[in-house]
Design a protein around this ligand. Structure first.
Ligand code: CO
Length: 621
């Protein structure tokens, strides 16, 4: 094909964000990036995805780095290629909705520090969760990329996706991404979807993002490009494939063989790849090295691989690993009941845990998590399909449903956050935003940073690498990135509920102790997720007569809903049937346990003790 008539297809490099988040538990460091940044900048990429997603949290929590400083340093070197980030709409980089003032200021500072392109998405594709972030990006001169979070269901039709794209066009987006986070978009479906989008929004540049999880992404990209997509996301080959993006070098060759021009320099790509191939030895955590190259199961059940490993570990904790096939069969039904949410954080965890409970409890929705209640009541946003009326009422568990944009219920939060941080720990306004997003993590980092260099604790990621090198076979106690996300959700809701009107009376999830590793509440000494070195429950024969209250799951027994919270019921108090009287924490959720009768309650289990399913934890007489 003549050079003049060749169509330019742009490639975004995800090596510095999604690729290492998918393959190395986000453990790439700023110094690692800076050593190769100049070559990457010169290679001819459309943009460099290098910030957002999990990088912000991991920078502070595991690498003891200031994420804002990372952005400035990359920008100082990469002067030619626009920088790109992933932004979870009203959730920014966290797991809850933030008030508008925080969203606005975060975006302003990101722009000021060098961010160019913001890919703004929402797990539920609720445009109301996108509008503020998109407006702020436009206001501060950034490129706002709208997003379709891709999934399949009876309501996720091409027509509905086009409608969603048009809603975002009306918000002023500069381009549109199709985000196929699970790697389930087939070439045929991509051709149809991109074709329809190009027809409905002829001026809108379309970019496609996928993962190689199921092995389809490179073929799908080609189909999308043929249908009119102008840009695709790739990672340098050594950082590609598995659950990461398709390999850049291969994609360039595929596209060029079809007469497209990518403008990328293969020699520079080879140099970049050599660099990361060498880096891999010191940066890839051992726990992530055993992944299968292709997870063909995704093609059958469309459940992302990471989600299945979470389900497996939740079932293992309950001594019910043999029930995985039942859970896999239950999950699509629970998802359908809940209005077909795309399975991406945080909805993947909500649907996953609820499905596990539906199987273990022996009766569907006999136990409903607080997350499910909030989801069904509209606190995450609008569900893609409405939940059937009677079921919705049950799932809401007494929570008052909302129909407004969830963030409309939030009071401005920036000034209050600024007052909460000890002034001596704050070096710049950006620290306040870091604190708004990840309060405990940011404070931990600020305190570490405030120490003289020789008095600082070792960097957690270094300790972790030494540990995994020493005991590569040990597992179980390792917290996967998904687990960390999951724990954060609980905290998010406690915070959301604290600022919302019309509270539920349901004790909010309290996972601060789990998240920070501190254990103000846990006399048994369970200090880390996955560890339960707790004393056994009291002998069962000591139980007085009366109606027993039984533990519904294996877990940890608590009298209160969190550190510093009052007991839900005093020992010997008169309780009413249906009152929440104590908590059994299982699968990182604080499940309120209801009184089985009215009368005087006597607790059998000790606060902080491990309980097994069916143990008598209290008696009501
Ligand atoms: Co991705």
């Amino acid at each position: 094909m003549n050079k003049d008539t060749q169509k330019r297809i742009r490639i975004t490099d995800t090596t510095l964000r999604d690729a290492h988040q998918s393959l190395w538990a986000t453990r790439m460091r700023t110094d690692d990036i800076l050593q190769i940044a100049e070559t990457i900048d010169a290679a001819g990429y459309y943009s460099l995805e290098c910030w957002g997603g999990a990088t912000f949290d991991v920078c502070m929590r595991f690498l003891r780095e200031n994420p804002w400083e990372r952005l400035r340093q990359i920008k100082a070197v990469c002067k030619k290629t626009p920088l790109q980030m992933l932004l979870r709409g009203q959730n920014l980089l966290g797991y809850k909705h933030y008030p508008d003032d925080i969203v606005d200021r975060f975006v302003a500072l990101a722009c000021e520090n060098g961010m160019d392109i913001f890919r703004v998405f929402d797990a539920l594709n609720d445009p109301r969760n996108l509008e503020k972030a998109i407006a702020s990006v436009k206001k501060y001169g950034g490129h706002a990329q709208g997003t379709i979070s891709y999934t399949t269901s009876p309501v996720h039709t091409v027509e509905n996706y086009v409608k969603l794209a048009k809603e975002q066009e009306a918000m002023g987006i500069d381009s549109l991404a199709i985000k196929d986070m699970a790697g389930i978009l087939t070439p045929g479906a991509a051709r149809e979807l991109v074709g329809a989008l190009v027809k409905a929004l002829p001026e809108m540049p379309i970019q496609v993002h996928s993962h190689m999880t199921s092995g389809m992404a490179a073929a799908m990209y080609l189909a999308a490009v043929e249908a009119g997509a102008g840009c695709v996301d790739c990672a340098i080959s050594t950082m590609s494939s598995f659950s990461s993006q398709p390999p850049c070098e291969s994609m360039v060759t595929i596209l060029e063989s079809e007469g497209y021009d990518t403008g990328l320099d293969q020699e520079k790509l080879a140099k970049i790849n050599a660099y990361f191939r060498e880096l891999k030895a010191t940066r890839q955590p051992a726990s992530t090295a055993k992944v299968e190259p292709v997870d063909a199961g995704v093609l059958v059940h469309a459940i992302p691989g990471g989600m299945i490993s979470n389900l497996r570990s939740q079932l293992a904790q309950q001594g019910a690993l043999d029930r995985l096939p039942e859970v896999l069969a239950e999950l699509p039904k629970t998802r359908a009941d809940m209005g077909y949410p795309p399975l991406v954080t945080p909805t993947s965890q909500i649907v996953g845990v609820q499905s596990v409970l539906n199987v273990l409890a022996g009766k569907r929705y006999a136990m409903i998590t607080d997350e499910t209640k909030h989801y069904a009541a509209g606190y995450y946003g609008r569900t893609p399909a409405p939940i059937e009326k009677k079921l919705a009422k049950k799932l809401q568990g007494g929570l008052k449903p909302i129909t407004c944009r969830p963030a409309d219920l939030l009071k401005p939060g920036l000034a209050a956050a600024a007052r909460e941080i000890p002034a001596k720990l704050v070096q710049a306004e950006e620290d306040i935003l870091s604190y708004c997003l990840f309060p405990e993590v940011a404070l931990g980092y600020f305190k570490w940073r405030a120490q003289p260099e020789d008095a600082r604790d070792p960097i957690p990621a270094d300790v972790e690498m030494q540990k995994t090198a020493a005991a590569a076979s040990a597992d179980g106690a390792q917290v996967s990135p998904d687990d960390a996300k999951f724990v954060a959700i609980g905290k998010a809701f406690a915070a959301l509920m604290a600022t919302c009107t019309g509270g539920s009376g349901v004790p909010p999830l309290q996972t601060d102790a789990l998240q920070s590793g501190e254990t103000p509440l846990l006399p048994g000494g369970a200090s880390k997720i996955g560890e339960t070195p707790l004393p056994p429950a009291e002998p069962k024969d000591a139980a007085p007569k009366g109606t027993p209250v039984l533990a519904p799951l294996n877990g940890t027994f608590y009298r209160s809903a969190g550190p510093g919270k009052p007991e839900l019921a005093a020992d010997g108090a008169n309780v009413k049937a249906g009152d929440a009287v104590c908590i059994v924490e299982a699968m990182k959720l604080f499940n309120p346990i209801k009184a089985t009768a009215s009368g005087k309650i006597t607790f059998i289990a000790k606060h902080g003790a491990a309980v097994a399913k069916g143990d008598t934890i209290a008696v009501i007489a």
